[in-house]
Design a protein around this ligand. Structure first.
Ligand SMILES: [Zn+2]
Length: 231
């Protein structure tokens, strides 16, 4: 293979290398991407916390209700068991009992309201848990696929690096150095010549120049300085 031919082949390997490095970078980026899952999990945690708080409120209200009920029963017994004879005292107790009855009714409404809130929250947590589990499963599947993809591309990269190394060893160091230098500034160091034109910058080349390149000499484009290659 001619020197320009070797450099052109090296360039093709390097293009493939770059492409696959980008793929790996993208795969790694996606592997680290778990924002949607983290957001869903913290939302679920928040809902569970709210449910615990609501259940606590309900429990307290139920205790208060029991307490009111006991006090009411106690007064009611007093009213009707005949132990209190004083009419004034009886009237007072009756007022107190009525007052308690009003409080009881309010507390009962409160307990019912809290119970329905808790039920609603339980349904929300249940649905949220199911949704989160689905999301997590999906995420794990994606992670598995991405990891598999990474292993594949890593293997391709290893092979390409090996190919690059082997080919570079066969090319004289000066030419290789020139190739690397042009690559740094131009991205691609070797340009094909087609119909007398440099395909790197599209300029029409002097015939003598591309004929030399075809003969296997190391010739650069007089405009863009890329190394010229003719098949
Ligand atoms: Zn050119």
């Amino acid at each position: 293979m001619s020197l320009p031919g070797q450099l052109y082949k090296l360039q093709q390997i390097d293009i493939e290398l770059q492409k696959n490095q980008q793929i790996v970078a993208e795969v790694i980026h996606q592997l680290n991407e778990d924002r949607a899952l983290v957001t869903a999990e913290s939302e679920l945690t928040r809902q569970k916390q709210q449910l615990v708080e609501a259940k606590g409120k309900q429990k307290n209200a139920e205790w208060e209700l029991e307490d009111l009920q006991e006090r009411f029963n106690h007064l009611n017994n007093k009213l009707y068991d005949g132990t209190i004879k004083n009419p004034k005292e009886l009237v007072n107790i009756k007022h107190e009992a009525e007052n308690l009855k009003g409080k009881l009714s309010t507390k009962e409404d409160e307990v019912l309201e809290l119970m329905s809130q808790v039920e609603e929250m339980e349904a929300t947590v249940k649905a949220g848990t199911k949704e989160f589990q689905g999301l997590k499963q999906e995420w794990q599947q994606t992670q598995e696929n991405l990891n598999r993809r990474k292993v594949e591309v890593d293997t391709v990269l290893t092979n390409l690096n090996e190919n690059h190394r082997e080919l570079a060893q066969q090319i004289n160091p000066e030419a290789l150095n020139l190739y690397e230098q042009i690559k740094l500034t131009k991205g691609q160091a070797v340009a094909k010549v087609e119909q007398g034109r440099c395909q790197g910058c599209r300029i029409t080349l002097p015939i003598s120049r591309w004929q030399k390149a075809r003969a296997g000499d190391l010739v650069q484009c007089n405009n863009c300085y890329r190394i010229l290659y003719l098949e």
